[in-house]
Design a binder for this molecule. Structure first.
Ligand code: MIC
Ligand code: SF4
Length: 753
């Protein structure tokens, strides 16, 4: 038993007392989101009536989860917080650093070899501070958390943007940067802008080729990559109850792609079934006892318009399978229109690789549904025409699906099983030939498909669909294949059709596993010494960032004005750079190398204002830093969408960028910038973006009276001697302004030791 029953009981006690209080206070029925948030307020604030989307509120989450690529920085910060142990139960999961090359076992062995220094560091820090440690090969963070730790009504933060996966078990689970995790582990409150709430009513029941993945693919199409910012999505209705817990998790997981703070479902029979299936009968029993607090009030669901900020309705009976992409997860195509879109847009129709699995879609149900397609294909003498890979989400799922014969189904048609890890999803993919940058198409059951993400090739058109649709298209080898109506020619020259997939949510014989791959934290960790070799290329102790100098900033050089989409993958690329996630100076050499410069339409090619020559972004910024000059980065809408990686905020900070000025921010990135002592500003008038010129030197005015809710001013000093003064907005509250003044949030914790 890995979960902490006492903690869950504690939370349930709080739900039982605080929910009725909150209902009295607000004088109306409550959504599930409000119930869980009120139960996790840091202090019981008697009169808290937050303005949704505006008021910052302090919370006390129940748990913290970290994955290896972000845990390094989170724990390097935690080591400076002066605490002997973490104050809330926390875990580390080794999943991002395993590269997919040949297949599960070889790849895992190679990773153990290559990343030993980092794994040893994470294991010893975990041991020292009482953190549970999931070894490489144990599985992807979100699947492992769902299988062992998530519980209805709980609240968790995790240093990964897909932490909301746990919403499938009714938990409010939110992705954050490492500095936030550090605060919570150090026993400090965790602050969040009280979210707006979108109600998603699901009616009907899925059938045929449609799956839970198609619900979120459709929602992404409706809300777009920024439509969920500062919102929680609460799913309800009879359609919601018809979905398995892992299907619900798929939906919540990919809610990260619309920028949602998180997504969740109310407690129901499917959750009970999943808790029983994962040997947590006691948790199910406790939840059943307080179940009226684990779902929204009936009045809310009867007239959702009165309680939610927005309501979306989806009839599952009519939902078509979808394919989203390329290059952005919100370009949603119903399958019936996809072939035409491929033709019209001239996307490469030949499908080179189909990849299933990832944290989004690697449950027992996903594998059984995809395997049912594979099994009938082999019965009908079909094999995959594309390369085809399978990444199981956890060792428990992998062991069980192997026992039950499903992995053989994939093997028979030509599939290759990869390690239980992120692999190709995060660019850990030694894809042969990708350096040639040939235009080509791949399709995955993952969640993100930004340019270059999977294989580093900007011309790879990556599409996202359910595992069963990916399997069918891999068999056809062609993006234009629609399994609902098209036939295929098999090895004997016969025309055959694929039948609808079928699967089961949980194994009939129960889950099984030989070794979870878990290291229990020792109760006497204090004596453990965490060693970091000063010559290490992968780990580096952190130096505190300097405090604000107390005056307005003058003459900041424009480093880059970014054109168009700028995700955290553009700001701090993953793939080959993941190896430097524990070494701030080394990883800073990837700063903004994927972002497009408005001045010339090129990536990683910006003007060095000191000598007029063009150079790579990190090099130019290092030149400014050594000249002792600050700089500014300007960006477009939804800047920093995607990942929670705080490297995207720490790198510019480390190299001397002072301000990020954009049309709008993604939530996690904006917070990460504030935590690291940067100025995260938005244009009061989006059209002022046009006024910024390549040779500008920029002053930030009003910092000495920096106050919540009060705009600042920027003076754009153009090279021809003219000026433009513009107004810029910010969302800093008092505490966050203190972080700015101190140089970083962590500096304040240090001061308090
Ligand atoms: C991702 O899917 O982009 C990642 C890799 O899991 C990131 C975390 C990271 O950059 O380490 C995320 O989603 O937060
Ligand atoms: Fe790993 Fe991909 Fe999931 Fe991120 S989205 S946690 S990289 S599997």
């Amino acid at each position: 038993m890995l979960f902490d029953l006492e903690l869950i009981e504690e939370t349930y006690k709080r739900l039982s007392t605080r929910v009725p209080e909150a209902r009295d206070l607000l004088g109306r029925p409550l959504t599930l989101t409000e119930k869980i948030l009120y139960a996790h307020l840091w202090n019981k604030q008697e009169s808290l009536k937050p303005e949704r989307g505006v008021t910052y509120v302090d919370f006390a989450p129940d748990r913290v989860a970290m994955q290896d690529a972000t845990a390094q920085m989170a724990l390097l910060q935690f080591m400076q917080a002066g605490r002997a142990r973490t104050t809330v139960p926390s875990t580390v999961h080794c999943d991002h650093l395993i590269q997919a090359r040949a297949g599960a076992q070889t790849d895992l062995n190679q990773a153990l070899d290559k990343n030993q220094e980092v794994y040893d560091f994470l294991a010893s820090v975990s041991e020292k501070y009482g953190i549970g440690f999931w070894k490489p090969g144990a599985g992807i963070i979100h699947q492992v958390v769902l299988e062992h730790y998530a519980f209805p009504g709980g609240m968790m933060i995790g240093t990964d943007s897909h932490t909301p996966n746990a919403g499938g078990l009714g938990m409010i689970a939110i992705g954050v940067g490492g500095a936030d995790a550090c605060d919570v582990m150090a026993g400090l409150p965790w602050e969040l802008k009280f979210p707006r709430i979108i109600g998603v009513r699901l009616t009907g029941k899925l059938n045929g080729w449609a799956s839970a993945k198609d619900v979120i693919l459709k929602v992404a199409g409706i809300l777009t990559v920024k439509g969920g910012t500062d919102h929680i999505l609460e799913y309800f209705g009879e359609g919601a109850q018809s979905l398995s817990a892992t299907g619900k998790s798929t939906i919540c997981n990919m809610g990260a792609e619309i920028g949602a703070t998180t997504s969740l479902f109310g407690f129901d029979a499917a959750m009970v079934e999943y808790l029983h299936g994962t040997q947590r009968e006691k948790v199910a029993g406790e939840a059943e006892r307080i179940q009226e607090h684990l779902t929204g009030d009936p009045e809310v669901y009867a007239s959702p318009e009165a309680y939610f900020d927005q309501v979306i309705e989806i009839n599952l009976s009519e939902l078509e399978p979808h394919v989203n992409g390329p290059f952005t997860p919100d370009l949603a195509w119903p399958l019936s229109q996809f072939a035409e879109a491929v033709e019209k847009n001239g996307w490469p129709a030949r499908l080179e690789v189909g990849l299933i699995g990832s944290c989004t879609n690697s449950s027992y149900e996903d594998i059984t549904r995809a395997a049912s397609v594979a099994r009938q294909a082999s019965q009908k003498n079909l094999k995959v025409k594309s390369a085809f890979t399978i990444t199981p989400g956890s060792e428990m799922v992998r062991y069980t699906v192997e026992r039950d014969g499903y992995l053989d189904d994939f093997g028979t048609i030509g599939g290759v099983v990869l390690a239980n890890a992120c692999g190709p999803c995060i660019g850990q993919w030694a894809r042969a030939g990708s350096e040639d940058q040939k235009p080509n198409s791949i399709i995955t059951s993952f969640n993100r498909n930004f340019a270059k993400r999977n294989d580093g090739n900007p011309n790879t058109h990556a599409f996202v669909a359910s595992p069963e649709v990916v399997t069918a298209l891999s068999i056809a080898g062609d993006l234009r294949f629609n399994p609902l109506k098209d036939s295929l020619t098999n090895e004997r020259g016969e025309e055959v059709r694929l039948d609808e997939p079928s699967g089961i949510p949980l194994p009939v014989r129960g889950f099984d596993v030989e070794d979870y791959g878990y290291q229990v934290p020792s109760p006497q960790g204090e004596s453990v010494v965490v060693k970091i070799d000063p010559a290490s290329q992968r780990l580096q102790l952190l130096d505190p960032f300097p405090a604000w100098e107390g005056i307005d900033l003058h003459g900041l050089l424009l480093l880059i004005k970014v054109k168009g989409k700028c995700t955290t993958d553009h700001i701090s690329m993953a793939g080959p750079w993941l190896k430097y996630r524990g070494h701030l100076d080394n990883i800073s050499n990837n700063l903004l190398i994927g972002a497009i410069n408005f001045a010339n339409g090129q990536a990683n090619h910006v003007k060095n204002q000191l000598n007029g020559k063009y150079g790579e972004v990190p090099a130019v910024q290092r030149a400014y830093k050594s000249a002792g000059l600050g700089s500014i980065v300007v960006g477009d809408e939804n800047y920093g969408e995607g990942s929670s990686r705080e490297h995207a905020a720490m790198e510019p900070r480390h190299l001397g960028v002072r301000v990020i000025l954009v049309k709008s921010f993604a939530r996690i990135h904006e917070t990460n910038l504030k935590k690291q002592g940067m100025l995260a500003l938005t244009f009061a008038n989006a059209a002022d973006y046009e006024k910024v010129q390549e040779d500008d030197r920029i002053d930030v005015l009003g910092l000495t009276s920096f106050r919540p809710g009060q705009p600042l001013h920027l003076m754009l000093n153009h090279s021809d001697g003219s000026h433009d003064e513009i107004q810029v907005n910010h969302t800093y509250n008092e505490t966050q302004i203190d972080w700015f003044r101190a140089g970083a949030a962590l500096n304040m914790i240090r001061q308090s030791i």
